[in-house]
Ligand binder design. Structure first.
Ligand SMILES: Nc1ncnc2c1ncn2[C@@H]1O[C@H](COP(=O)(O)OP(=O)(O)O)[C@@H](O)[C@H]1O
Ligand SMILES: O=P(O)(O)OC[C@H]1O[C@](O)(COP(=O)(O)O)[C@@H](O)[C@@H]1O
Length: 304
């Protein structure tokens, strides 16, 4: 719902109160759902991007999607679609991620989006990713889950909000937390890779049909009722981890739509996510084969 332009900056140093001249910069049409649509398109799967679009920044994203032959059905709002800033500071080896709130959305505009969602056909896939712009209560996720359950379309949720747990009553098709989100849902500071399977099992017991847990440089775990699989992440030089999760998810959704074996899809998705982490923008899948060779998919034992 919350489109974004990502401004990516590379700088040697970042010092307060002086002019910091940067080494490189790049502007990318973005937002979690937009990234999923872009990745699907690179894999020859069509989608329609939904959400709220405002001002010149919203128009830039719409134009970029159209250039890439991706359909859009955005609700126009006043104010500007946000610009998020990602700064790579070379001397520090640190990445600073500044993510803004997004424009204010009115009740009428929220209803307009819900009405679009109500027209989604049985068997289709709806991916709801990322933060909500201002004026939208997180309970909208529960409302969307209810609609998905009634209409029987496949709902994918990539969201940090606590309300995701209430969505589980409506059996969402797939959840994509990272380790921080999983920990916060269960009121914990952190959850290690080893500890995570039992929390994934709890999400499945509560109603999630499948969960894809991303673990940054440690890779990813996939869980459904019958399978629990782990894939390591390949090694490489990290350039910009923003959008790695969206790449992983977009590639995974493509695999689910194509009814590929889950082990194959998991390997391809981790490779794609890492490929995005190893460059400035989204992967073009050119290094997928090489990265996939480093990934081993291992079944994990379920602890009772
Ligand atoms: N440091 C890293 N090294 C290699 N791969 C990475 C790294 N960080 C992220 N990735 C890849 O991107 C995927 C998603 O990363 P993650 O940071 O967990 O997502 P999110 O952005 O949703 O938090 C990982 O499963 C992995 O494949
Ligand atoms: O919707 P949110 O949670 O505010 O995050 C938006 C940001 O997430 C990203 O899409 C990246 O997400 P991931 O790193 O999880 O793949 C950014 O590039 C974008 O600016």
């Amino acid at each position: 719902m919350n489109l974004a332009i990502d401004l990516f900056i590379e700088t040697d140093k970042l010092k307060p109160n002086v002019v910091n001249r940067t080494l490189d910069d790049d502007i990318q049409a973005n937002g979690k759902g937009v990234n999923v649509s872009l990745i699907l398109k690179k894999l020859q799967t069509n989608s329609t991007a939904l959400g709220f679009s405002g001002g010149f920044t919203g128009k830039y994203i719409e134009a970029f999607l159209h250039e890439n032959e991706i359909a859009t059905n955005f609700i126009a709002v006043s104010g500007n679609t946000r610009i998020n800033v990602f700064t790579q500071v070379l001397q520090e080896k640190n990445e600073y991620k500044l993510v803004n709130k997004g424009p204010e959305i009115s009740q009428k505009q929220i209803y307009a989006l819900l009405n679009v969602i109500k027209t989604i056909e049985t068997g289709a896939f709806l991916c709801v990713s990322g933060s909500l712009p201002q004026g939208i209560d997180e309970r909208i996720l529960v409302e969307i889950s209810k609609i998905a359950n009634e209409k029987q379309f496949h709902l994918i949720l990539d969201s940090s909000y606590q309300s995701v747990l209430d969505c589980l009553n409506y059996q969402p098709y797939l959840l994509k937390p990272n380790e921080e989100e999983l920990a916060s849902w269960f009121g914990k500071k952190e959850i290690s890779l080893d500890e995570s399977p039992r929390y994934l099992d709890r999400l499945i017991d509560l109603g999630a049909q499948r969960v894809l847990l991303s673990f940054g440089g440690q890779g990813c775990i996939y869980a459904d009722k019958s399978r629990l699989l782990y894939g390591n992440a390949p090694k490489g030089e990290v350039v910009n981890t923003a959008c790695a999760g969206d790449t992983l998810l977009g590639t995974f959704i493509h695999g689910l739509i194509s009814k590929e074996a889950v082990e194959t899809t998991l390997r391809k998705s981790i490779a794609a996510g890492s490929s995005t982490a190893f460059r400035k923008g989204l992967t073009d899948f050119s290094d997928s084969e090489i990265l996939e060779k480093q990934i081993v998919i291992t079944p994990l034992e379920r602890k009772k």
